[in-house]
Write a protein that binds this ligand. Structure first.
Ligand SMILES: *Cc1c(COP(=O)(O)O)cnc(C)c1O
Length: 404
């Protein structure tokens, strides 16, 4: 059975070109980039070359980039740095739809510091967009940092990061963006967007897992999170993950070349998939703004079915997708993103995310369009809630989950 991989917001295939440039750093080129000898020195040069490629995709200066172990570490580093740089400022502004790397960190800071930090988690509109006026009003003289994602991993909705950063800058407040989902998918030019910190992660753009970058604008105060050797100009201790760094450099070079394809062909595939599903499946609705969105992501709710059940059925056809609800955890809670958007209860449980990449084909989209509608129909046949709604039987008002 072929795998139809449409879960690229969870992780991506490592590009073959990326694997190829990495391999020598696992065999003959095993030197330490910090060594004084020529053998290590050539490895150090490869790291700097990769840094240059990544900087060029972001419109940044190479020395504004620090390599980390992942997107989560970059997020943690940025927020901790701001809090340590301004210990007297005890307020953090973020949003209700952040990735757990930011959301759970902010919520734990609140608890860990004995509620010394005040966290404002901004609401979003029903289409997942952010209200700029509400955002501006949330900033205070106490605010140490704003942390807002560039694009949402569940819906693909894009926040107005340039405007948000400009407002923070005018108030003298540090601004961090988790751009893990945005980098490589939409153009980013940090010479035009006055943010202080940006996080990215290799495995979301066809580089390996376990490599991330934190951008820190020149002049922004910075306190390291991982303290050790003098690697990365003292910004992050630990011997560099050289092969993955070289791979990420290549992935950024590829992303720059393929961004056009992503925003035309991949976007058209996504639209065909989305339009086809919405048209052929009754009581289905799009989650997230139609246009202010990444080109590769669609998130659709199918009322009166459970997302996890849909995933299991799709899995039998080799189709990889993702759902926002956490039925397997026993909580039956829809995702925090769906809740923040106020997706109706009957729909929030049945949300499915399909996220494409440059490796997807039209034949794969046609395959999903063929397989998914009967799956939904079959699950609804078994759902007393659907039958209550559509066949005149009495339905419950509680959970539409079919896994219990
Ligand atoms: C995947 C993801 C992360 C975490 O990145 P890791 O490298 O897996 O730690 C953070 N933020 C967003 C928006 C993500 O999609």
């Amino acid at each position: 059975m072929n795998t139809v991989y449409m879960d690229n917001n969870a992780t991506t295939r490592v590009a073959p070109e990326v694997v190829e440039v990495m391999l020598p750093y696992y065999s003959e080129l095993y030197g330490n980039p910090s060594s004084m000898h020529t053998f290590g020195g050539q490895v150090g040069r490869a790291v700097e070359e990769a840094r240059g490629k990544i900087a060029s995709l972001l419109g940044a200066q190479p020395d504004e980039l620090t390599f980390t172990s992942c997107g989560t570490e970059s997020d943690s580093t940025a927020i901790h740095s701001a809090l340590q740089s301004f210990p007297e400022k005890r307020h953090i502004v973020t949003t209700r739809v952040e990735h757990p790397a930011v959301k759970n960190l902010c919520e734990s800071l609140d608890k860990l510091t004995g509620h010394k930090h005040r966290i404002t988690q901004l609401p979003v509109n029903s289409d997942g967009t952010l209200d700029l006026k509400l955002y501006a009003e949330s900033l205070t003289d106490e605010t140490a940092i704003v942390s807002a994602m560039w694009a949402n991993n569940e819906t693909g909705v894009i926040f107005p990061i340039k405007e948000m950063a400009e407002i923070a800058k005018s108030r003298g407040i540090l601004f961090h963006t988790d751009a893990v989902q945005a980098v490589g998918k939409i153009p980013i030019d940090l010479s035009q967007v006055p943010i202080d910190f940006l996080s990215l992660s290799g495995h979301k753009l066809h580089a390996p897992k376990g490599i991330g970058v934190l951008y820190v604008r020149k002049g922004t105060p910075f306190v390291p999170f991982i303290i050790g050797g003098h690697q990365e100009h003292g910004r992050r201790g630990g011997t560099e993950n050289v092969a993955s760094i070289v791979g990420l450099g290549k992935a950024c070079e590829l992303a720059a070349r393929q961004m056009q394809d992503e925003n035309t062909r991949v976007k058209a595939l996504r639209d065909k998939l989305e339009d086809g599903l919405l048209a052929s499946i009754p009581s289905s609705l799009l989650n997230g703004h139609k246009t202010l969105r990444l080109p590769n992501t669609t998130n659709i709710s199918f009322e009166y079915v459970e997302g996890e059940a849909i995933l299991l059925h799709l899995d039998r056809f080799g189709i990889c997708a993702s759902s926002g609800s956490a039925c397997t955890s026993g909580s039956l809670e829809p995702s925090h993103v769906m809740r923040a958007m106020g997706v109706p209860f009957t729909a929030a449980h049945g949300s499915i995310r399909l996220s494409l990449s440059v490796y997807n084909t039209e034949a794969e989209v046609d395959f999903v369009l063929e397989k998914l509608p009967p799956v939904i129909a079959q699950l609804r046949e078994m759902s007393p809630f659907w039958q209550g709604e559509h066949k005149g039987k009495t339905g419950g008002t509680q959970c539409a989950c079919s896994c219990s």
